[in-house]
Design a protein around this ligand. Structure first.
Ligand SMILES: Nc1ncnc2c1ncn2[C@@H]1O[C@H](COP(=O)(O)OP(=O)(O)OP(=O)(O)O)[C@@H](O)[C@H]1O
Length: 678
C-alpha cells in the first residue's frame, strides 16, 4: 500500500525536497533578527523592529481608503500602527489586547513620527530566540516552522560527504562544508550577524564557492564534450563565392570585420563544431560577416540557416542576402509562419531536397516538418532572444546521429555581455568582438525632452523632413496590454498625420499582416515615407541608413538595453543623427539613471555594464524568463572574485579528481547543465 503523504510533505516535494540531502542544501534565503526587544526611542526607518508595549486609540478611519489605525506605546515613546486590510473584529481585539509584542518594518521619520504597517503580533514576555532565525524559500501553505523542523531533522541524520578534495580546500582556504551548513541553518550567538545577513560570512563563501566550482566544472565538461563531436567537413580551397559576395557588397571590410572572419574561419576548419558568439555594437556590421561566413560554408555545397527573432528582421536579412548572393548560383529561401500553405510546402521541399541552400527565417525554422538535406551552419541573430531550448532544436535538425555530426553555430548579439558574466555563463562559447564601426559614422546626439514639448518637436520635424530627413517615432511601451499599445500607436499615427498633413507618414506594428509590414518597411527604405510611427517591432536589426532622427515617446518606460537598441536604428549612415527621448515627469530614480546613461554614452559596452549593474545577471541574460535559475547562492556580479578562483579550482579538480568532480556537479547543478550550452 502506498504511503500517504501529508499536505506539507507534498508541498516540500514540489520544492524539490525529498531526500535528506535535499533538505540540508535548502539554505536560508535570509535571516530575521528576533533576538532582542527594541526600544521605541532607538528605532530608525527601514529597521525590522521588535517592540513590547500597549495599544491605544484604536480607530477605523474612512479617508482616502478605509483603514484601521492605533498608537503603540512603550516606556520610551510612541509610534503609529496601521492596517489597510483587516477584519471587522480586529478593532475590538486590539482594544483589549493589553501588553503585546509586535514586529515589523519601521517607516516614516523622526520628525513626523514612525509607523509600522501590518505588524506581526504575538504574546509579550515569551522567551526570545538566542540566535538569528533563518527564513527559507518556501511556498504557499508551507510554514517556516514546519520547514525548519524538517531541515533540522535531516541535518541530524545526514551523512556529510564533502565532494571538494583537501588539496582544493587548502589552496583556497575553504572552511569545512559540514560546519558551514550547520552554521547557516543554526547560527550560534557568536557568529558575525552582519556577515550572515549580507552573505559575506565564510560559511556563505564556502557555499557560493562550491556552487561556482560546480558551474565551472560543468562548463569545462560541456566544452570537452563538444570537442568529442564531429563537425561537417569543410575546405576553403576555393574562395570564388566568398569573393563574389564581398564584391557585391562593394565596400571594404573594417579591420574588426576582417579579424572576426579569420577567427570564424579557424573554427570552421576544426574537426568539432564551432560555438561562437559574435558581439558587435548596434550598426557595427554583423550582417555582412554572417553573409561571408555563410559563403564559406555554401562553397562546400552544404546548407546554411539564418534564424532571427522577428519577422521584420528575418525578412530584412532575406532581402540583403538575396542581393549579396544575386550573382551566384545560391538559392536563397525564406521561411516564416506567415507563408501561405502552398508557398510553405514548396519551401519545405526545397529545404529537404537541398535545392535551397541558404535558408532564412523566424522560429518557423525549428518547427516540426522542417528537414534539412545537409545543414552545416546555423547563424542565430539576436541569440539572447531565443530560449536555449529553441537553439538546441535548430542544432538537432542538422545533427547526423550516426556520424555524430553537429552543425557549426554562430550566434550574433548586439548586447555585449560583460566579462564576468561571459566567463561564468558562456565559458563554452568563444567570443568574437567587432569593436569598430564602419568609417564615416558620426556620433548620435541624444537629447532629453519633456513630453509637453511634443508639438514644438513636431514643428521642428516638419522642417527636417522637408529637407529630406527621415524619422522613426517609437510609441510608448504599454506593458500591461498589447492592445493598448497598439491603440497608442494608431492614435499617435493619426495625431501626427493631422499635425503634419504635408508629410507622408507610415505606421508599423506587430499585429499587421507580414506582407503589409514588409510593404511599409520597403516604402520607408525607399524614402517614400518621411516619418515611420512604430511600436517596438523595429527594435532590433532594422537598417535604413538614411533615417537619421529617432524619437522615443515615454522613454522612461523602456529598459536601458532596449533604448540603446532603438537608438541604434539611426546613425547607420554618414548623416549626423539625433535621438530624442521624450519623457514624462515625475521620473523614478531608475528611469533617471537610464536616461542619464543614454545621454552620456553611445558605447554599447558601457551601456551593458550599467544595465547589468541595475538589473542583475539573471534578468540581464533573460534567464528569468526561462524560469531556470542557474545559480542559487552566488551572484556573478558581486562575487566576481570567487568566479575567478572557482575557475582555477575547476581545472585542478578535473585534472586530479575527475570522478569526484562529476559528483560535485551533480550535487549542485542537478540536471541543469543543458543550460550551460547556450
Ligand atoms: N565595412 C563597412 N563599410 C561601410 N558600411 C558598412 C560596413 N559594414 C557594414 N556596413 C553598413 O553598416 C550598416 C549596419 O550594418 P548591420 O546592419 O550589419 O549592423 P548590425 O551589426 O547588424 O547592427 P544591429 O545589431 O543594429 O542590427 C549597414 O547599412 C551596412 O551595410
Amino acid at each position: 500500500m502506498a504511503v500517504k503523504r501529508t499536505a506539507s510533505e507534498e508541498k516540500m516535494q514540489a520544492l524539490g525536497l525529498v531526500s535528506d540531502s535535499d533538505f540540508v542544501f535548502h539554505l536560508p534565503l535570509r535571516y530575521e533578527d528576533e533576538t532582542q526587544i527594541h526600544h521605541i526611542a532607538d528605532i530608525y526607518p527601514g529597521q525590522v523592529a521588535q517592540l513590547e508595549g500597549v495599544v491605544e486609540n484604536v480607530a477605523v478611519s474612512y479617508g482616502h481608503r478605509k483603514q484601521l489605525t492605533a498608537t503603540f506605546k512603550d516606556a520610551t515613546g510612541k509610534i503609529s500602527l496601521r492596517w489597510i486590510h483587516f477584519y471587522g473584529s480586529q478593532k475590538a481585539q486590539l482594544e483589549k489586547a493589553g501588553l503585546i509584542r509586535i514586529r515589523g518594518e519601521v517607516r516614516g521619520s523622526s520628525m513626523w513620527g514612525y509607523e509600522i504597517i501590518h505588524p506581526k503580533i504575538s504574546k509579550a514576555g515569551q522567551s526570545l530566540p538566542q540566535t538569528l532565525t533563518p527564513v527559507y524559500p518556501s511556498t504557499e501553505g508551507l510554514t517556516q516552522p514546519v520547514l525548519r523542523k524538517a531541515i533540522l531533522a535531516a541535518l541530524s541524520r545526514v551523512d556529510f560527504k564533502d565532494t571538494v578534495p583537501e588539496e582544493i580546500k587548502e589552496k583556497f582556504h575553504l572552511p569545512s562544508l559540514k560546519e558551514s551548513i550547520f552554521i547557516l541553518h543554526n547560527p550560534s550567538q557568536h557568529e558575525n550577524t552582519y556577515a550572515l545577513l549580507d552573505k559575506t560570512h565564510p560559511a556563505w563563501q564556502r557555499i557560493k564557492f562550491d556552487e561556482l566550482l560546480a558551474q565551472q566544472i560543468a562548463l569545462y565538461l560541456a566544452r570537452q564534450a563538444r570537442t568529442q563531436l564531429n563537425a561537417p567537413k569543410l575546405t576553403f580551397d576555393d574562395t570564388l563565392l566568398f569573393d563574389k559576395v564581398l564584391k557585391t557588397f562593394g565596400l571594404p571590410l573594417t579591420a574588426a570585420q576582417q579579424r572576426v572572419i579569420q577567427e570564424i574561419k579557424q573554427d570552421l576548419l576544426k574537426p568539432y563544431p564551432m560555438h561562437r558568439l559574435l558581439q558587435g555594437d548596434v550598426g557595427s556590421g554583423k550582417t555582412i560577416v554572417a553573409a561571408l561566413t555563410a559563403a564559406l560554408v555554401l562553397q562546400n555545397h552544404q546548407q546554411v540557416a539564418i534564424m532571427a527573432p522577428t519577422e521584420i528582421l528575418a525578412e530584412q536579412h532575406f532581402y540583403k542576402m538575396k542581393k549579396w548572393f544575386e550573382h551566384t548560383s545560391i538559392e536563397v529561401v525564406w521561411l516564416s509562419g506567415s507563408l501561405k500553405v502552398k508557398e510553405k510546402r514548396e519551401a519545405l521541399e526545397k529545404i529537404q531536397s537541398g535545392e535551397a541552400q541558404l535558408i532564412i527565417g523566424t522560429q518557423a525554422l525549428i518547427q516540426k516538418g522542417v528537414e534539412f538535406a545537409n545543414l552545416a551552419l546555423m547563424i542565430i541573430d539576436e541569440q539572447h532572444r531565443f530560449g536555449v531550448g529553441q537553439r538546441l532544436s535548430l542544432s538537432k535538425k542538422g545533427e547526423d546521429s550516426q556520424l555524430d555530426i553537429v552543425p557549426h553555430q554562430l550566434n550574433m548579439s548586439a548586447t555585449p555581455i560583460p566579462r564576468t558574466l561571459a566567463m561564468s555563463y558562456l565559458a563554452d562559447v568563444d567570443v568574437s568582438i567587432i569593436d569598430e564601426l564602419p568609417p564615416g559614422r558620426q556620433t548620435i546626439l541624444t537629447k532629453l525632452m519633456l513630453n509637453e514639448r511634443r508639438d514644438e518637436l513636431l514643428n521642428h520635424l516638419r522642417v527636417e523632413c522637408q529637407s529630406g530627413k527621415q524619422v522613426y517615432w517609437v510609441c510608448p511601451l504599454v506593458e500591461e496590454s498589447e492592445t493598448l499599445q497598439l491603440q497608442t500607436a494608431v492614435d499617435t499615427y493619426q495625431y501626427i498625420q493631422e499635425y503634419l498633413p504635408d508629410l507622408k507618414i507610415g505606421l508599423l506594428h506587430g499585429r499587421m499582416a507580414a506582407k503589409e509590414k514588409a510593404q511599409v518597411m520597403q516604402a520607408f527604405a525607399n524614402r517614400e515615407l518621411a516619418i515611420l510611427v512604430a511600436t517596438t517591432v523595429i527594435e532590433v536589426g532594422v537598417d535604413v541608413p538614411n533615417a537619421s532622427i529617432m524619437v522615443i515617446e515615454h522613454a522612461e518606460r523602456f529598459g536601458l538595453a532596449q533604448l540603446h537598441q532603438l537608438r541604434g536604428r539611426v546613425g547607420r549612415g554618414d548623416i549626423a543623427s539625433v535621438c530624442i527621448l521624450l519623457y514624462q515627469n515625475p521620473l523614478s530614480n531608475t528611469a533617471k539613471y537610464r536616461l542619464k546613461a543614454l545621454h552620456e554614452t553611445n558605447d554599447g559596452f558601457e551601456i551593458a555594464r550599467r544595465d547589468l549593474e541595475q538589473r542583475g545577471p539573471g534578468e540581464f541574460l533573460g534567464l528569468r524568463q526561462s524560469g531556470e535559475q542557474l545559480l542559487r547562492f552566488a551572484d556573478v556580479h558581486s562575487d566576481a572574485n570567487l568566479v575567478e578562483k572557482a575557475r582555477e579550482g575547476a581545472m585542478l579538480f578535473l585534472q586530479h579528481y575527475p570522478e569526484l568532480a562529476h559528483q560535485h556537479v551533480e550535487r549542485w547543478l542537478k540536471g541543469k547543465t543543458d543550460y550551460l550550452r547556450s
